[in-house]
Design a protein around this ligand. Structure first.
Ligand code: FAD
Length: 379
């Protein structure tokens, strides 16, 4: 009996077509050229994928979290780095859309693809312990002056608007953190050369330096007291989306391995006829199924307005691991051919490793999960 499959929503089908026509054909080039996927990113935004989480009344897609996860799973199957670039832009567009003044100033151009956003929290000396950032913001007349350095800024290579988190209080701490919008070209803002990494170069990741950068009061986005909370506000969703993206690359790797093995002959038969290889891929399929279920469940909890913190941590941890091990297993099933860059598997493997750091490392997910276990047993 064949399983009944629910037809994908129009948005997900549109994402599949966009990935097929614009992401898949370019992905190897972005990686080999170590180039940010700027034009395709602007095209994706203009096609309606830049305001997935922006309400329809503000001209966004108003998509549910579940549909957003499926859209990103679909696009990541083409290139995870590209999908993450899009997520960073989407997150900023969604937060700006909730603020009347910022919405009026920036949203239209962020939804048209004219302005690409970047999120700048991490610093050269501060990653996981984000409340310890040292970039400083000081009041200056009717504006602010920013000094410091940010590291690992996705989209930095081509972004037009940088959302910079900075400490306003000499005493430090989360309560003093505020966020500021700094347009590209602002005097004192330097964008460093894009990092050369294991993979995911489509993200155009680099450091930025802020030296006496003056911004007017209307560029203060989240004031002290709200900045750090704002940075952490979407973290559960961000983890669900990364989990979905890992499902995307794992599904594509499995598909490619099955297709290749079906046509590859050894010892007088297709390599897919060997039970050893079938079982290797069956393990991948089971992990993919589990990763999808964890992801969709966490997304559904968020859609219902319930806490998705633990579910998102489980999903992100499981899916990144499943992708790391599973993509490697799929490469193995393809023999040496799996290593070639014209096949997407080496790109997916590098992306899976990168995903282990994004939006909280695997260790951070364990902190979240362990805290909930300990809390339950210390009552
Ligand atoms: C390609 C890429 C793009 C990125 N894009 C962005 C971006 O757009 N904006 C942004 O702000 N950041 C971005 N990041 C940064 C990312 O969020 C950080 O890498 C991440 O938060 C981890 O920080 P870190 O790399 O400095 O590791 P560190 O904080 O230095 O940690 C080092 C190791 O120690 C572990 N560790 C730390 N604390 C604990 C603890 N309490 N218990 C157990 N283990 C612990 C970590 O898990 C890790 O394994 C990006 C990173 C990458 C790789």
């Amino acid at each position: 009996m064949t399983e009944k499959v629910k037809p994908p929503s129009l948005l997900i089908e549109k994402a599949r077509i966009f990935a097929r026509d614009h992401v898949v054909p370019q992905a190897e080039v972005w990686e080999l050229d170590r180039a940010m996927a700027e034009m395709t990113l602007r095209k994706a935004v203009a096609a309606g994928f830049g305001g997935l989480l922006v309400a329809e009344k503000f001209k966004g897609s108003g998509a549910s979290f579940s549909d957003t996860a499926r859209v990103l799973e679909t696009i990541a199957a083409g290139d995870l780095g590209f999908a993450f670039s899009l997520v960073v832009h989407n997150n900023l567009a969604a937060s700006l859309s909730k603020d009347d003044a910022q919405r009026a100033l920036h949203l239209e151009r962020m939804l048209s693809g004219e302005k690409i956003g970047a999120f700048c929290l991490t610093e050269p000396d501060v990653g996981t312990d984000a409340a310890a950032i040292s970039t400083r913001a000081r009041r200056d007349g009717n504006g602010w002056v920013l000094n410091g350095a940010k590291a690992w800024v996705t989209n930095a290579a081509r972004a037009d608007i940088f959302c910079v988190y900075a400490q306003t209080d000499d005493a430090g701490g989360a309560a003093g953190i505020a966020s500021f919008l700094v347009p590209r070209g602002t005097p004192g803002l330097t964008i460093e050369s894009a990092y050369t990494l294991l993979g995911a170069h489509a993200m155009g990741t680099s450091g930025i330096v802020l030296k006496d950068v003056h911004v007017s009061e209307d560029m203060l986005f989240l004031p002290p007291g709200r900045g750090f909370k704002g940075a952490m506000a979407g973290i559960d969703l961000a983890r669900v989306l990364l989990s979905a993206m890992c499902c995307g690359i794992l599904g594509d790797a499995l598909d490619k391995a099955l297709g290749y093995a079906a046509g590859r002959q050894a010892f007088g038969q297709s390599t897919l006829a060997f039970q050893g290889l079938q079982w290797q891929l069956a393990e991948v399929a089971t992990n993919l199924e589990a990763a999808k279920l964890l992801t969709y469940r966490a997304a559904a909890l968020l859609d219902e307005g319930l806490s998705g913190t633990i579910a998102a941590a489980h999903a992100k941890k499981f899916s990144t691991r499943a992708a790391m091990g599973g993509v490697a297993a799929c490469m193995q099933a393809m023999g040496a051919e799996g290593l070639r860059t014209k096949r997407p598997l080496s790109r997916h493997l590098a992306a899976a490793k990168v995903a282990e750091y994004l939006d909280g490392t695997t260790e951070v997910q364990n902190i979240v999960i362990a805290r909930s276990l300990v809390r339950e047993y210390s009552r």
